[in-house]
Design a protein around this ligand. Structure first.
Ligand SMILES: C[S@@+](CC[C@H](N)C(=O)[O-])C[C@H]1O[C@@H](n2cnc3c(N)ncnc32)[C@H](O)[C@@H]1O
Length: 429
């Protein structure tokens, strides 16, 4: 295959449009990737021609522009924070956000900080087509240029600002996960699930796609957003407001900014503006939405065999055999039901750090799990994380407010138990 052939195939894989300028960028990119691998360009092209998967993974970076930084377009993020506060006020916390085309992770971590300050159990999933960018994202260590827009010292105790740049701490990392996704792969997009996220951010990515994949990706992203949720796109990514959405700026929301970060972002918004696309909430009234969220059972075990082992592990834990229970659970996979029980067992054992990780993993898969949110509150309360606990408690009691009667939230967990515990901790709002 010639160099031109490689460029054409690479662009087709990524769904990118090719013109002279893009072709020249791909060519320079392929030279740079080959050089990084210690190879000449023709040898690298030979490996691609032979279909070597590693070579194709590396070649993705020849076609991708990875420019990004923390709190990019802060005016738009100010509007997103205001929308998240308004949704929380209505009993619909923004619990799950996606950063699609997240590059090296700064955007996903920014969302984790911003949304986590409003709903502490919020989780973020970052997706990108570049395996190398995702490796950097998972590492969470950045140079000084990663934070050029907002003073990161304002941001969060989970982002450590150092002379050379910034480092993401373990708690934020646990709430922000990364996975590969190619926007040009329709099956990959379909896996995101309809109405599965409160916030979908896809900025400065779609503009690289050619019309067919661009339209398909736009449609798929629109479908992922829950009613009442936000689609956050760059100025060149959508050419019109999608049906069922409306463009909102800060004026659309009444809630005041609460954290210093939100206030700083609003200063930017006042200067440069910013808007998000809000998916209309119809016809489900808020109260009904809350009840539905409370009624969602914790993710069920995926198979009868898993359910049996879970029941066995629960019996072991109930009789105080915690290590044996953990061993039984270790033999199972990563699914939410397993992580949830593991988190509870670890909490009983006083292994708070590990318990927190397990419970956050559950919330990543099942953001509506009151069981996981409640146990995370207990963990964080024992860790003395007062602010976090108070925020989580406020939001749990907001969810409970609609429930007059005692109501089973999950197996063995009732609204009365949650209320009593919040009251005992002096947290009932
Ligand atoms: C300019 S960066 C945008 C990063 C971030 N969203 C922002 O606005 O700061 C574009 C990212 O899109 C990714 N990308 C390009 N084509 C893609 C595709 N087909 N599927 C998924 N990601 C893609 C690139 O790897 C790159 O990391």
């Amino acid at each position: 295959m010639s160099l031109e052939g490689v460029i054409t195939r690479l662009a087709a894989r990524l769904g990118h449009r090719l013109d002279d300028e893009v072709t020249a960028r791909y060519r320079r990119g392929l030279e740079a990737v080959a050089q990084k691998q210690g190879l000449g360009l023709s040898t690298f092209v030979g490996l691609l021609d032979a279909g070597l998967a590693d070579a194709w993974d590396a070649a993705v970076d020849a076609g991708a522009v990875h420019e990004t930084y923390f709190f990019r377009d802060p005016g738009q993020l100010a509007v997103l924070a205001a929308a998240a506060r308004a949704a929380l006020h209505d009993g619909r916390p923004y619990a799950r956000a996606l950063s699609v085309g997240c590059s090296t992770g700064e955007e996903a971590y920014s969302l984790g900080v911003l949304l986590g300050a409003i709903w502490p159990a919020a989780t973020v999933q970052g997706f990108d087509v570049s395996p190398r960018a995702l490796d950097v994202a998972r590492l969470g260590a950045y140079g000084a240029r990663a934070a050029r827009e907002v003073d990161l010292r304002l941001v969060s105790p989970d982002v450590f600002v150092e002379e050379s740049g910034a480092r993401v701490g373990p708690r934020l990392k646990a709430a922000v996960r990364f996975a590969p996704l190619n926007l040009a792969d329709f099956q990959g997009l379909a896996q995101l699930g309809p109405k599965s996220a409160d916030v979908v951010v896809c900025r400065n990515v779609l503009m690289y796609l050619k019309p067919g994949p661009m339209d398909a990706a736009r449609q798929a992203l629109v479908e992922v957003v829950r009613p009442g949720g936000c689609l956050v796109v760059g100025p060149f990514d959508f050419d019109r407001v999608p049906d069922g959405f409306r463009a909102c700026d800060l004026g659309a929301f009444k809630e005041p900014a609460v954290t210093p970060l939100e206030r700083a972002l609003r200063t930017h918004a006042a200067r440069v503006g910013g808007s998000v696309l809000l998916r209309e909430l119809k016809p489900t009234p808020f109260a009904a939405a809350t009840t539905v969220a409370l009624a969602v059972p914790v993710t069920a075990p995926h198979s009868a065999a898993t359910a049996k082992t879970l029941a066995h592990a629960q019996t072991l834990a109930d009789s105080g055999q915690h290590q044996a229970a953990l061993q039984a659970l270790d033999a199972l996979g990563d699914e939410a039901a397993v992580q949830l029980l593991k988190g509870k067992v670890l909490l009983d054992m006083g292994e708070l750090g590990r318990a927190e990780l397990c419970l956050r993993r559950v919330l990543l898969q099942d953001p509506n799990s009151p069981d996981a949110a409640f146990h995370l509150l207990l963990v964080m309360s024992q860790r003395g994380e007062k602010d976090f606990v108070q925020r989580l408690a406020r939001q749990l009691s907001a969810l409970l407010r609609e429930e007059e009667e005692d109501h089973e939230l999950a197996h063995g967990l009732t609204t009365a138990m949650v209320r009593q515990t919040l009251a005992r901790l002096g947290l009932l709002g």
